[in-house]
Design a protein around this ligand. Structure first.
Ligand SMILES: NC(=O)c1ccc[n+]([C@@H]2O[C@H](COP(=O)([O-])OP(=O)(O)OC[C@H]3O[C@@H](n4cnc5c(N)ncnc54)[C@H](O)[C@@H]3O)[C@@H](O)[C@H]2O)c1
Length: 268
């Protein structure tokens, strides 16, 4: 399979290195705002080819992988689908917009394509997907991250919240997933993934806790419904160079690609 990857930061480059070892992958066309990042990757990954214009490569590929930003997801999801290509989206927060989400669903159906959304930095998505087949009363996500993950966030600066001065864990957001995703676009893709798997962006509740002593990004999910209750917790190590992103999110992208190119899906 020939693929293209948009973005080769923490997730994109980890995924590219893993795909270099997969026999099913022949070529990875990669674009990034920083050309140097892609070029430095070509030393380690012989399958990587740098590209600038999507139009030049779109006819050569079967799968688009977005691992860049919500803006990139908003641009490339419709573009991939209109060209009849499946897309794997990491910047899941892009789907918070009802019109955009609706448009992408229609495009996927019309063009017989798939939109893949990996579990990302979370565990428990499979359980939510099953639980929602009957009634769900409550989905609550509580995310704990260190102050480093919350630098230059407008929502916090507007409220004069200085996370660097915290001496103990403090809740900086408590509200619907819809608002969490808007105000913390790089931190809380997990809230979007849970919303899509379960009861939507309005009903899913999110608490964000900044913990000055945290060395991990912890996501706790509590789900209550007709099935009973789910409670699970992922205590993720962040990428050293990128404290917003958990290593598990990159591993989830690798796992998703292995499912896409493979024949056996466990926990589907
Ligand atoms: N689904 C999840 O659970 C989950 C978890 C962590 C991160 N994410 C999201 O995945 C995305 C990638 O995360 P990351 O940690 O690898 O980020 P990163 O900042 O390490 O890397 C992003 C890369 O994309 C490039 N880029 C940004 N916008 C671009 C565009 N429009 N076109 C081309 N290149 C572009 C940047 O130059 C950078 O190299 C982010 O949006 C992040 O919020 C999702």
């Amino acid at each position: 399979m020939k693929v293209c990857i948009i973005g080769c930061g923490s997730i994109g480059s980890t995924l590219a290195k893993a795909m270099e070892e997969m026999d099913e992958i022949q070529t990875m066309y990669i674009a990034d705002n920083s050309k140097e990042r892609v070029i430095s990757l070509t030393d380690k990954c012989k399958k990587v080819v740098y590209f600038e214009n999507f139009e030049d490569i779109v006819n050569n590929i079967e799968l688009v992988i977005e691992a860049a930003s919500q803006e990139a997801a908003k641009k490339y999801t419709p573009l991939a689908l209109e060209n009849g290509k499946d897309i794997l989206v990491m910047s899941v927060g892009a789907f918070v917009n009802d019109d955009f989400r609706g448009k992408c669903k229609i495009l996927a159906k019309q063009n017989k394509c798939r939109i893949y959304i990996p579990a990302g930095a979370l565990c428990g998505i499979d359980g939510i997907g099953s639980a929602v087949q009957a009634e769900i009363e409550e989905v609550l996500l509580i995310s704990y991250k260190p102050p480093d993950a919350f630098q230059d966030i407008k929502y916090l600066t507007k409220r004069k919240i200085d996370v660097n001065s915290f001496k103990r864990p403090q809740i900086v957001f408590n509200g619907p997933a819809k608002d969490a995703v808007k105000h913390f676009p790089k931190n809380i893709n997990v809230a979007a993934t849970i919303s899509l798997a379960g009861i939507g962006f309005e009903k899913t509740r999110v608490k964000i806790v900044v913990d000055p002593n945290a060395t991990r990004n912890t996501h706790r999910i509590i789900v209550k419904g007709k099935f009973g209750e789910i409670e699970c917790k992922a205590r993720n190590l962040p990428f050293p160079e990128n404290p917003k992103t958990s290593y598990l999110a990159a591993l989830a992208a690798i796992s998703a690609v292995k499912k896409i190119v493979g024949n056996v899906w466990v926990g589907v």
